[in-house]
Design a protein around this ligand. Structure first.
Ligand code: DAK
Length: 257
């Protein structure tokens, strides 16, 4: 497969997708979103892959949706266009997704990072939802996912003023899991992804599903979901392997069965 707007690599059970439109700071156009989804389809179907990393360049994870592509759209264009649906599909992936953010993660770029399961960032990262300065509002989940991540006060302030949030504040606010130097970011992210990929994919996917439940249902329903999921994992060979490996003092060899 020939990619024009992304790069796709595989390493030790990890799929790495690098956004690759350097001249426009990885602005998200329809082609890039389409290629990213095709790459994600491939990685989700690949039994060798247990975790996926999304990254950009040192200067920009992504500077937002492509304003030059959007400027002349009218209501029917944007209403019938599948950009939204394509973008929403990224958040519905079942394998774990980590965003490695260096530089700008603005608008749709910030929203893309927020669709991932967690974010690692470099010290130069800048997160913002500056749509208000363009006369629009965040449209791929920003008002919802940013609010869930950092709370109402910071989400309101960021969306209404377009202020950029730096790496340290993003970590303290719960937007990112960890901050690394620019040199270390990708290696550290890949190492974390490899650790995840070594685990039982069933357990990993059930953990992802259970944590995401916490954002959608009451505590009682979430606990019930977690409990039933826990019961069901005892039907897998990986549960036996993981526990016997501990008892026999050896590393577990998971088969995703
Ligand atoms: N779109 C298109 N081109 C972009 C871009 C963007 N978002 N961001 C940067 N570029 C291009 C610049 O136009 C410039 O191109 P040339 O002039 O060289 O041809 C090149 O990238 C380098 O940018 P700068 O010269 O501006 O570089 P600086 O270092 O000076 O500034 C910057 C970097 C990131 C601060 C600046 O480029 C900037 O402010 N960019 C725009 C950031 C922004 O406003 N992002 C939010 C976009 S709105 C949807 C729902 C939601 C959305 C879309 C659709 N649907 C429901 C369909 C989401 C909307 C957004 O994300």
């Amino acid at each position: 497969m020939q990619w024009d707007t992304i790069l796709l690599e595989k390493r030790n059970g990890v799929g790495l997708i690098t956004l690759n439109r350097p001249k426009s700071l990885n602005a998200l156009n329809t082609q890039l979103i389409r290629e990213m989804n095709l790459a994600l389809d491939q990685l989700e179907q690949d039994p060798e892959i247990g975790c996926i990393v999304l990254t950009g360049s040192e200067k920009a994870f992504a500077a937002g949706a492509d304003i030059k592509e959007m400027v002349e759209l009218n209501f029917p264009n944007i209403y019938f266009d599948d950009f939204f649906t394509l973008a929403d599909r990224i958040a519905q992936r079942r394998k774990p997704l980590i965003a490695a953010v260096s530089g700008y993660a603005l608008g749709g770029g910030c929203e893309l990072a927020l669709m991932c399961d967690f974010i690692y960032c470099a010290e130069n990262a800048k997160f913002a939802l500056p749509e208000v300065t363009l006369g629009v509002l965040p449209g791929i989940g920003g008002t919802q996912r940013l609010t869930l991540a950092v709370g109402k006060a910071k989400a309101m302030e960021m969306c209404l003023t377009a202020r950029q949030m730096g790496a340290q504040e993003a970590e303290h606010s719960g937007l990112v899991a960890r901050v690394f130097s620019q040199q270390e970011l990708l290696e550290q992210t890949l190492q974390a992804a490899e650790k995840i990929a070594e685990k039982s994919l069933t357990a990993v996917m059930m953990i992802k599903e259970s944590i995401n439940r916490a954002f959608e249902v009451s505590l009682a329903e979430g606990l019930r979901f977690e409990r039933r999921t826990f019961h069901s994992i005892f039907a897998t060979l990986d549960q036996k392997e993981g526990m016997w490996a501990f008892i026999e003092k050896r590393p577990a060899k998971f088969t995703n069965q």
